[in-house]
Write a protein that binds this ligand. Structure first.
Ligand SMILES: *[C@@H]1O[C@H](CO)[C@@H](O)[C@H](O)[C@H]1NC(C)=O
Ligand SMILES: *[C@@H]1O[C@H](CO)[C@@H](O)[C@H](O)[C@H]1NC(C)=O
Ligand SMILES: *[C@@H]1O[C@H](CO)[C@@H](O)[C@H](O)[C@H]1NC(C)=O
Ligand SMILES: [Zn+2]
Length: 309
């Protein structure tokens, strides 16, 4: 009897593990993998109170004067970078010489990898959204606190990971600097394939740190286990990508199931009372085409000037 029970529990465990998590785009009658709404059944953190991504409501963000400019270290360094298809996305490995400071972070973080999230032909592919609008693609650069050796250790700390998010928006011009990244994605079509980009530097794709305005909130990994260990920075300025380039991104990779790797983003999660902060002082919101807001802003600005002068 005991052996039957243990056999049953082994079978049950196999059944649990064989159904991998997946994105909504992968779910079908043939492939009953665990879509985003079921992640929490297998990865309890995914049902937590501080999940990512979120929708950022610009009228509700609060200015935080501690959110100073970032200092990007090592973005000018030239290195050889490997890229691998992990089945649900492709990761570009970054060297530890790429570091992050400032930006209201409590210390120094070192880079581990970057990856992209994209959609399908309808152009909705970012994970975060702003006032309900999704962008076609989102870049995530993942860093961990300097003192940790790997991501696993960092996930045990509520601010162990610092993720930078850049949106992409469709431009009429090609963004030539992205071509090598897109080309590399074409070389890792199948899960497990890897390739290398030689003589790469992050300044090729990421803008200078100074003057970049951003949003800040506490959240999680956007894939299982959804660990709530991430200090999120979402930059306001979107980077350009042409329609043709975006199409090549969508078409090149395959999931482990050999289906096209599209729609690789998690739906937005509840804020559950979290506040999203911004590095932009609130009187810059005067550009809002709203007379009442304008009036109130003028009032604040003059009020402040009277105090300071
Ligand atoms: C990158 O790899 C090439 C070829 O393997 C090598 O010649 C070059 O020195 C490497 N560059 C760096 C920065 O390591
Ligand atoms: C996680 O953090 C706790 C408390 O800080 C520590 O005792 C534990 O060893 C850490 N676990 C790992 C895997 O780093
Ligand atoms: C990519 O992966 C597929 C499937 O595992 C394999 O058949 C193929 O040889 C790999 N290609 C390269 C270039 O490694
Ligand atoms: Zn991501």
């Amino acid at each position: 009897m005991a052996s039957i029970l243990s056999l049953l529990s082994v079978l049950f465990a196999i059944k649990l593990c064989s159904g991998e998590w997946c994105y909504q785009s992968q779910f079908s009658c043939q492939d009953t993998c665990k879509g985003p709404s079921d992640w929490k059944q297998y990865f309890p953190n995914c049902g937590g109170e501080r999940q990512s991504p979120i929708n950022i409501v610009t009228s509700k963000v609060k200015h935080d004067s501690k959110l100073t400019s970032f200092i990007f270290e090592g973005h000018e360094n030239i290195f050889n970078m490997s890229v691998e298809n992990h089945g649900q996305s492709a990761h570009f490995t970054l060297p530890q010489s790429v570091r992050l400071r400032g930006g209201g972070l409590s210390g120094i973080y070192k880079a581990i990898q970057f990856h992209l999230h994209w959609g399908e032909d309808d152009g909705q592919g970012s994970e975060h959204s702003v006032d309900g609008e999704r962008y076609p693609m989102e870049l995530h650069i993942v860093h961990i606190k300097e003192k940790y050796d790997n991501l696993k250790e960092a996930l045990n700390d509520s601010t162990g990971v610092a993720a930078l998010a850049f949106f992409f928006e469709v431009s009429s011009e090609q963004n030539k600097k992205l071509d090598r990244v897109i080309e590399a994605l074409g070389k890792v079509r199948h899960k497990g394939n890897s390739s290398e980009i030689e003589d790469f530097r992050l300044t090729d794709i990421v803008p200078q740190a100074d003057k970049l305005s951003y949003y800040r909130y506490s959240g999680s990994l956007t894939t299982p286990g959804c660990d709530q260990a991430v200090v999120w920075t979402v930059f306001q300025k979107a980077l350009p990508i042409s329609k043709t380039q975006l199409t090549s991104v969508y078409k090149q990779l395959l999931f482990a199931t050999e289906k096209p790797m599209t729609g690789i983003f998690r739906p937005v999660q509840n804020l559950n009372g979290r506040v999203v902060y911004t590095s932009v002082p609130s009187h810059s919101l005067c550009v809002l085409p709203n007379l009442i807001t304008l009036f109130l802003c003028l009032f604040c600005v003059f009020g402040q000037q009277r105090c300071f002068h």
